[in-house]
Design a binder for this molecule. Structure first.
Ligand SMILES: NC(=O)C1=CN([C@@H]2O[C@H](COP(=O)(O)OP(=O)(O)OC[C@H]3O[C@@H](n4cnc5c(N)ncnc54)[C@H](O)[C@@H]3O)[C@@H](O)[C@H]2O)C=CC1
Ligand SMILES: O=C1O[C@H](CO)[C@@H](O)[C@@H]1O
Length: 312
């Protein structure tokens, strides 16, 4: 069986495919992005796209979706689409969402995430994406609270048909506690960096206890896929006779989490990922590896010194 056909239930009752297509794309690969996405949807078996206003790929995704909808090869309800509100548009998530919907050629998304629990001091159109002062330090919006964005997202969720679910990304446990105390919608998901170098065991347990689905970004360790070389991953791949990437994917889906690998390599995309029934003991060994060898790959400078106690 393919890991791409596994689904998980969100706290809204909706179903989310456990493997999503990551859509960060280097400028150098933008030329093949549409072909890669089309292959993912038509031949790779992907039914979930993870994107964001800030990735600069939404217009390309929109072109592919429109083409596949028009040709009858794909129906809107067959694909789960997530987008995100970047901190430069923290004050106006509706504007961010409307721009994303326009570019994606959609009238709703399945999941809207607050990309970071941060507010940047940018203009009303969200530019620059990461404002900096003369010393190169990120400029934060004075007096802003990241929960202001979440509250506005709740309003969108309750009063429009533009989002089926709302969630968060890069929130710590402390930030989630604050959100749960002060607002009345439990996020459907929290998307964070998670892999056998960064298992975040207590974070995962908190989300599970509160019915918040954990979505794992950078599962391969981001650019260059360094996690494919983790010794226990290599050993398990040999044991099950599968590529190491299948172990990194199944580390999440077998534990009830969503995983978001990125590739623009059409051969790899078409291959998909096999389902590997890792045992509880093997999942625990993969966690233990990260407890002993912690490593975070996405260390943006805006996280330092502002409460990201989970950052290495
Ligand atoms: N919410 C957030 O703040 C973030 C969300 N994300 C989401 O997660 C997705 C995935 O994370 P990424 O950091 O993009 O990286 P990733 O961990 O998926 O790794 C991508 C790298 O692995 C390589 N790769 C893919 N399959 C391979 C294979 N079978 N063999 C060898 N190399 C392979 C790719 O060429 C690329 O260099 C993003 O595209 C995005 O959708 C990523 C970062 C932050
Ligand atoms: O989602 C995201 O992707 C970029 C690059 O990895 C990162 O800044 C952001 O959180």
């Amino acid at each position: 069986m393919s890991a791409l056909s596994i689904n998980i239930q969100l706290n809204t009752g909706a179903s989310i495919p456990a493997v999503g297509f990551g859509t960060v794309c280097d400028e150098a690969n933008k030329g093949i992005f549409k072909e890669a996405l089309e292959a993912a949807l038509l031949e790779g078996g992907y039914r979930h796209i993870d994107t964001a206003w800030c990735y600069g790929t939404e217009a390309l995704i929109g072109e592919v979706l429109q083409k596949l909808f028009d040709s009858g090869k794909l129906k809107r309800e067959d694909v789960f689409v997530t987008t995100k509100v970047w901190p430069s548009l923290w004050a106006n998530p509706l504007k961010s969402l409307d721009k994303s919907l326009h570019d994606l050629h959609l009238d709703y998304v399945d999941l809207l995430l607050q990309h970071w629990p941060l507010a940047f001091d940018s203009d009303e159109n969200g530019h620059p994406k990461v404002p900096k002062d003369e010393q190169g330090h990120v400029k934060f919006a004075k007096g802003a609270d990241y929960l202001d964005t979440w509250k506005k997202m709740i309003e969108i969720y309750k009063t429009t048909d533009k989002v089926k679910a709302i969630g968060i990304s890069n929130y710590t446990v402390a930030m989630m506690k604050r959100l749960l105390e002060q607002t009345d919608v439990v996020p459907a998901a929290n998307q964070v960096e998670l892999h056998p170098h960064l298992p975040q065991v207590e974070f995962v347990k908190f989300c599970q206890d509160h019915h918040i689905i954990v979505e794992a970004f950078s599962p391969l360790g981001s650019t260059g896929a360094p996690n494919l070389k983790i010794p226990i991953v290599v050993d398990l791949a040999k044991k099950y006779g599968v590529p190491a990437v299948d172990i990194l994917v199944n580390y999440h889906v077998q534990a009830g989490r969503v995983v978001l690998p990125r590739s623009q390599n059409i051969k790899r995309i078409k291959k998909g990922f096999s389902e590997v029934k890792l045992t509880k003991n093997e999942l625990a060994q993969l966690d233990q590896y990260g407890i002993e060898h912690p490593k975070r790959y996405i260390c943006q400078d805006w996280g330092k010194g502002i409460g990201f106690e989970h950052w290495g």
